[in-house]
Design a binder for this molecule. Structure first.
Ligand SMILES: NC(=O)c1ccc[n+]([C@@H]2O[C@H](COP(=O)([O-])OP(=O)(O)OC[C@H]3O[C@@H](n4cnc5c(N)ncnc54)[C@H](OP(=O)(O)O)[C@@H]3O)[C@@H](O)[C@H]2O)c1
Length: 350
């Protein structure tokens, strides 16, 4: 962002100084997560690259060094994180708590867009588990550390970022309810893509409720923490690190997404390869958010191509529909939170 030009964003110049700060990025071994790790480390943070495979973590870290992580930049450390079970997600969060005295940035980026209905813990589908339930358990376990960081450091800028998708808009809101575990699985939806979109809608509602609790539940008053969700966009082609078949899938997805965006306005916007991770880095550490924190509490951001600042698309999911029923949205978010706590308890994750 140049002086007087508040509409552009470049992570090389527009992130806050992250020296001495600690971040966790899930799914950091490739794609949007890898790019986010890179941007945050280049701004000086110690970044935990969360992924379930040490070989992939090592490869990603070597690639980061090759791309340019020299002296003066932050540090990147592997966090053994498997989101296929909330119990394992909780254990990984406890490992962070054992190792660190502060946590400034949590980016829940890892996600899958397909998954068998073989039921994870507590009869939850694999997709709902990896995309929603485990990140919830991971975040909940880390909240005391995030809160302590926010309260103990006057200059803290603690942020929780959930990576979602514009496709959540495909889910018809009148049908939403959160009473049983089936309402999280959304098994009745006719395609995997819709179930993926539903899992991202859960993340969006969860983020809103999380911000509400951050603002109201602590005995000392609102905590200085911003929770927000962001769409990373679809990238036009993958980088050299991505394997050939993956790159084909990515470019096919980008083409499909481009058309879907034009026709319906609901797919993730397409961003150029060199802008991968921009919107997530913006949500996690931009100066723009630091200087207008209240404005960004609980919002949903969509990326804007060509170096433009990501835009706040809506505050609350119903805003997109022009629906004014904020009360129903609040009740839905509360129901979702209550149901999630219940399902986690049934999985033995207190
Ligand atoms: N790319 C898009 O077009 C697009 C559009 C909208 C939203 N999104 C969202 O943006 C995020 C990143 O997307 P991406 O395209 O960069 O994804 P990606 O390249 O497919 O990478 C996904 C990441 O999630 C990790 N992951 C998957 N299952 C996991 C598990 N059980 N435990 C721990 N980590 C796991 C993967 O690790 P492994 O290497 O171990 O599998 C990988 O690091 C996702 O949440 C996605 O839903 C993407």
């Amino acid at each position: 962002m140049f002086f007087g030009d508040e509409d552009t964003f470049d992570p090389q110049s527009d992130l806050v100084d992250l020296k001495g700060k600690v971040a966790v990025v899930t799914g950091g071994s490739r794609g949007n997560g890898y790019a986010t790790v890179k941007h945050l480390a280049r701004a000086g943070a110690k970044v935990y690259l969360g992924c379930r495979n040490d070989k992939q973590a090592k490869e990603a870290m070597e690639y980061l060094r090759w791309e340019g992580l020299g002296p003066g930049f932050g540090q990147v450390v592997w966090l053994d994180l498997d989101l296929s079970s909330p119990k394992r997600a909780k254990a990984a969060a406890e490992e962070v708590i054992r190792r660190e005295r502060r946590l400034d940035i949590l980016v829940n980026n890892a996600g899958v867009c397909s998954g068998k209905f073989r039921g994870g813990d507590g009869a939850l589908s694999t997709m709902a588990t990896i995309n929603y339930l485990s990140p919830f358990a991971f975040t909940r376990t880390l909240l005391p550390l995030l809160a302590a960081t926010a309260l103990n450091d006057f200059h803290s800028d603690v942020r929780i970022v959930n990576v979602v998708s514009a496709s959540h808009k495909l889910i018809p809101f009148p049908s939403l309810k959160f009473k049983t575990v089936d309402d999280l699985n959304a098994k009745s939806l006719p395609s995997e893509y819709l179930r993926f979109s539903h899992s991202k809608l859960l993340c969006l509602l969860w983020t809103e409720q999380l911000q509400r609790l951050i603002d109201t539940a602590h005995p000392l008053g609102p905590l200085p923490i911003v929770a927000l969700s962001v769409d990373p966009g679809v990238t036009e082609c993958s980088n050299a690190q991505v394997k050939q078949h993956n790159s084909m899938v990515t470019s096919l997805r980008a083409t499909f997404s481009k058309h879907l965006t034009t026709w319906t306005g609901v797919a993730s916007p397409v961003v150029a390869e060199h802008e991968r991770g921009y919107s997530t880095a913006f949500a996690a550490a931009s100066e723009t958010i630091w200087s207008a924190r209240v404005k960004y509490k609980g919002v949903y951001l969509e990326p804007c191509p060509n170096g433009q600042c990501p835009k706040i698309l809506s505050i609350g999911m119903f805003a997109r529909e022009g629906v004014k029923d904020k009360e129903r949205e609040r009740i839905l978010a509360e129901d979702l939170w209550g149901l999630t706590e219940k399902v986690l308890a049934e999985c033995g994750v207190a």
